[in-house]
Design a protein around this ligand. Structure first.
Ligand code: ADP
Ligand code: MG
Length: 587
């Protein structure tokens, strides 16, 4: 069944700088709507946008998680794909929402990502009939290059990992490191390893802000466990019925215009590329919600290719749009709200992923069977060497007896000769133990040890049901799940009510002609207000389009300057007399 991308808005509190500047708050947060006042025309009607939920500066990430993320993450444990992404201007709380406050160890400061870790492993630990294999990966898109944040070799390398479109699987990054994780702590560790490998840069707007997009992915493969046949990776029979849910946790770079960040030089180049990814994302969103557009330009950027399944595909998606309350950010706030509002109309078709072609569990099963086969061969070889050793020893014994007899005969005949012979037979009677050293070569032993360890490791990476007897935990989990479901139903009812009020008005039954006139007059008033609002919106969009145009022109100018610079530098310029020096010094 299709479902729309869920979109929520989180407005952060005023920050120190805004308070010091005595900024006004221009954002009003209702239950499901955000309205914004134009600071340059305060008497003009507010612009209002409706979302699945909206959160003010006092709202906690815990509340947002329980309301909007809990059910989505539960679904990934059932085999659905899920994506949670934060969008918005730099400094508006994307990283705060996704990753919490890095400096603090307190659980209350955790972001959505850490809460996902705790939640996932709690659910796995009380699973009754399912065993899971959990794998994580962490990538960064920086200047349209994909970097592997979990690779040991990556911190100093700028390797660009290629994307691959695998039919039936989707867009993947095959060379990305994936790490098997057994508990939430493993995930916390990998997240912090990855964060240390991120490229960060300071801008005027937010010193610590990252100028890149990141995607942390948790893949959850599961197999059913039955009493008769527990999941057995080392059995010759292919393990059946694998399901896989994938959870993408995305922290996007700032969506602001480059001019506002005071960026220039390399940073301008970054900003344009980052905006390129974000405008590609915007174009994908627009194409998806415009019924007339047939082509969705997923291929325009790395980000849109990687999020292809999350937008208009087989995924349950939640977008958290982060905004600032301050009047100085009016343009960006409005732009974020418009962007988010468009995303609300994207329809996805999430389905449980049954038997994915590239399931790691199957690859693990194959690996175990191969290792077992090699171990068997190695052991056979070892016993063959041992048998040969015994055989060789028997031959030595026969030879010894024969020599003993020869010795006694010779003793009587020639004492001198016998003495010589005795020396020879003494050597033969004490064979050197070279054979036993050769019996089990060290390499063989090392291989067997390594293979057994690897088999154990793979078998133990299957997790689930460790705390199934903890009834309190099971009850707490059941209640949270129920509460999350109730919350989503309440949203659906509330948003449905707005529509049904409109419907009632259209099909209204009137007690008298006067009542009909009053109601219809009221409706005309509302409609003309709406028309005025839409006309203003068109004018705003036009001016926004104008700003976009200027951004693109800036980019073209910048690329033109770069182009000239490189041509001069490499002496490839076909110079016109007088314009450029005839001989160019190449430095
Ligand atoms: P972004 O990732 O969007 O650039 P950050 O998450 O880094 O922004 O937030 C910028 C600053 O604002 C940080 O110091 C963060 O702690 C603070 N902040 C953001 N959102 C909130 C919030 N909802 N409540 C309290 N502080 C917040
Ligand atoms: Mg950030």
């Amino acid at each position: 069944m299709g479902e729309n991308v869920k979109v929520i808005v989180r407005c952060r509190p005023m920050n120190r700088k805004e308070i010091d500047k005595k900024s006004d708050s221009i954002v009003e947060i209702g239950d499901y709507a955000v309205s914004v006042v134009n600071p340059l025309a305060r008497s003009a009607p507010r612009k209002s946008f409706t979302f699945d939920s909206v959160y003010n500066g006092l709202s906690k990430t815990e509340t947002i998680y329980n309301d909007m993320c809990y059910s989505l993450v539960e679904s990934t444990l059932e085999g659905y794909n899920g994506t949670i992404f934060a969008y918005g201007q730099t400094g508006c709380g994307k990283t705060h929402t996704m990753q919490g406050e890095g400096y603090s160890d307190a659980a209350e400061n955790n972001g959505i990502i850490q809460r996902c870790f705790d939640h996932i492993f709690e659910t796995i630990s009380i699973a009754t009939s399912v065993r899971y294999l959990a794998l994580v990966s962490y990538l960064e898109i920086y200047n349209e290059n994909i970097r592997d944040l979990l690779s040991a070799n990556e911190p100093n390398s700028f390797k660009n990992h290629p994307l691959k479109d695998v039919p039936g699987v989707g867009v993947t990054v095959p060379t990305l490191t994936t790490q098997a994780v057994m508990n939430a702590m493993d995930c916390y560790n990998w997240l912090s390893v990855g964060n240390k490998n991120r490229i960060t840069g300071a801008t005027l707007m937010n010193e610590k802000s990252s100028r890149s997009h990141t995607i942390f992915t948790i893949s959850l493969e599961q197999i059913q466990e039955s009493a008769a046949a527990p999941p057995n990776l080392s059995s010759d029979q292919t393990i059946g019925n694998i399901r896989r849910g994938k959870l993408n946790l995305v922290d996007l770079a700032g969506s602001e215009r480059q001019s506002k960040t005071g960026a220039f030089g390399d940073r301008l180049k970054e900003a344009t590329k980052i905006n390129l990814s974000l405008s590609a994302l915007g174009n994908v969103i627009s194409a998806l919600v415009d019924s007339k557009t047939k082509h969705v330009p997923y291929r325009d950027s790395k980000l849109t290719r990687l999020l292809q399944d999350s937008l208009g595909g087989n995924t349950k998606t939640l977008m958290v749009a982060c905004i600032s309350p301050a009047d100085s950010n009016y343009d960006e706030t409005l732009s974020t709200l418009r962007y988010a509002c468009r995303a609300k109309n994207i329809s996805n078709v999430p389905t449980i992923n049954e038997d994915p072609k590239d399931a790691q569990l199957r690859q693990y099963q194959e690996e175990i069977l191969n290792l077992k086969r090699m171990l068997d061969e190695s052991q056979q070889h070892e016993s063959a060497v041992h048998y040969k050793f015994v055989e060789d020893n028997n031959k030595e014994r026969e030879r010894e007896l024969w020599l003993e007899e020869a010795k006694s005969q010779m003793r009587q005949q020639m004492i001198a000769e016998m003495r010589n012979l005795k020396e020879t037979t003494a050597e033969a009677a004490n064979p050197k133990t070279e054979h036993s050293e050769q019996a089990v070569p060290q390499e063989q032993e090392d291989f067997q040890l390594h293979a057994r360890k690897r088999i154990d490791l793979i078998k133990h990476s299957l997790i689930g049901g460790e705390r199934v007897d903890d009834l309190q935990l099971r009850e707490r989990h059941r209640m949270r799940k129920l509460e999350a479901k109730r919350h989503l139903s309440a949203i659906a009812r509330a948003l449905g009510r707005v529509e049904s009020e409109d419907r009632d008005l259209l099909q209204g039954h009137y007690a008298s002609i006067q009542q009909e006139i009053n109601i219809k007059n009221e409706r005309i008033k509302k409609c003309s207000q709406k028309i005025k609002m839409l006309e203003r919106e068109v004018a705003d969009l036009n001016s926004e389009f104008q700003l976009d145009r200027e951004d693109y022109l800036d980019e073209i100018r910048y690329l033109g300057i770069q182009n000239k610079y490189w041509r001069i530098r490499f002496g490839m310029m076909i110079s016109k007399p007088g314009n450029y020096p005839k001989t160019l010094k190449i430095t």
